[in-house]
Design a protein around this ligand. Structure first.
Ligand code: MLT
Length: 353
């Protein structure tokens, strides 16, 4: 689903007579970032490896480098956001880019300007990257068809939130290393969560075992490949679906609590918030079933007392604040990659030495 431009590649296969030749695996092959469903493990690792370098810059006493001087990023947010918007803004500024945030409630969007017109207007001002958050699934894809600026999806409806998934993967990797075979449990409103969808693609690419858990009305039943013969393209990657939170949490390496996306839910999906919290809140009592050294994550904003108990959100297994810091590093890495000012194959080669 992405438009391809730069194709820095590192051959990862060797040719032996009589064997089929595999194409070299690309280290980064995207001009836009719309979702992780078409990102390979190697591409994701390129971002995560570069994010390590960015995290080092971010931790300096004066976190500023001129790597993206002369590069312009526009934040175009049609939906509320605190952390994602601030994170992109900071990511660009740390690297010396010019970052402009357009507020949809005070811009010409209020006068009826279409997304396509707004994106074209931004590009006419020589914008290099446009970060879009929109209530409509697919809006960033539409934008990408009408501009040669790099489009970054910062959340489109219930569809995707790829930079949240990248920062989640990066944060997990910093703690547990290789994610292959690790049990990652997502609890909450899976059906309406764009974070869950992008996390699923990313975790599947990294070889994790994913369990999604929630009440049946908030689970994406019917989206499994076996439920959709002939429609594999709209199926989710392989995932276990569980309605009992105690069963789901058994032996978990990572637990991700997700907010009820009430802005996207139709009425009648839950008997009451009280009942939801009683059956699905991530609590200390329930987390004893997870591995003792499990990681507890949440993309934010969190509603303590509903999907997550306050004491575990700020407890010693919680890495929720670290997710926020890592979000800046990951977005720095992504902007740098999309700028074309770094050779992705060198990033990967350096990490392998
Ligand atoms: C999102 O924008 O999807 C957030 O990061 C997660 C949420 O709103 O629950």
């Amino acid at each position: 689903m992405t438009t391809t431009e730069s194709t820095e590649t590192t051959p990862t296969t060797t040719e032996t007579p009589g064997q089929t030749t595999s194409l070299p695996e690309s280290t980064w092959n995207h001009h836009h970032l719309l979702d992780l469903d078409d990102c390979s493990r190697t591409e994701i690792e390129t971002v995560l490896t570069l994010a390590d370098r960015m995290r080092e810059i971010l931790d300096r006493r004066i976190p500023r480098v001129p790597a993206l001087r002369g590069f312009t990023v526009v934040n175009l947010f049609y939906e509320p956001s605190t952390r994602t918007r601030a994170s992109f803004e900071l990511a660009g500024k740390v690297l010396g880019a010019d970052v402009i945030s357009v507020n949809s409630s005070t811009s010409s969007i209020q006068k009826g300007e279409s997304l396509i017109d707004t994106v074209r207007t931004m590009r006419a001002m020589r914008t290099d990257a446009i970060v879009i958050r929109h209530a409509m699934a697919g809006a960033p894809y539409l934008a990408a068809e009408h501009t040669d600026a790099s489009i970054i999806n910062a959340g489109d409806g219930a569809h995707a939130h790829p930079t949240q998934a990248l920062l989640d993967l990066y944060t997990m990797r910093r703690h547990v290393g290789d994610l292959s075979g690790k049990k990652v449990v997502m609890v909450g409103d899976i059906a309406h969560s764009r974070v869950a969808r992008s996390d699923l693609w990313g975790l599947a690419a990294m070889g994790a075992k994913v369990v999604v858990c929630g009440p049946p009305t908030l689970l994406p039943l019917g989206l499994r490949a076996q439920d959709r013969p002939g429609h594999a393209e709209s199926a989710l990657p392989p995932v276990s679906i569980e309605t009992n939170i105690d069963v789901a949490l058994e032996g978990a390496d990572v637990v991700i609590a997700l907010r009820l996306q009430s802005e996207r839910q139709e009425a009648g999906l839950l008997p009451s918030l009280h009942e939801y919290a009683a059956n699905y809140q991530v609590t200390a009592e329930r987390l004893v079933r997870a591995k003792p050294d499990h990681l507890l994550m949440h993309p934010g904003p969190k509603n303590e007392g509903i999907e997550i108990a306050g004491d575990v959100a700020s407890g010693d297994r919680s890495i929720i604040e670290e997710q926020v810091t890592n979000g800046v590093a990951v977005r720095m890495a992504l902007l740098y990659l999309l700028s074309g000012r770094v050779d992705p194959s060198e990033v990967v080669a350096e990490a392998r030495t």
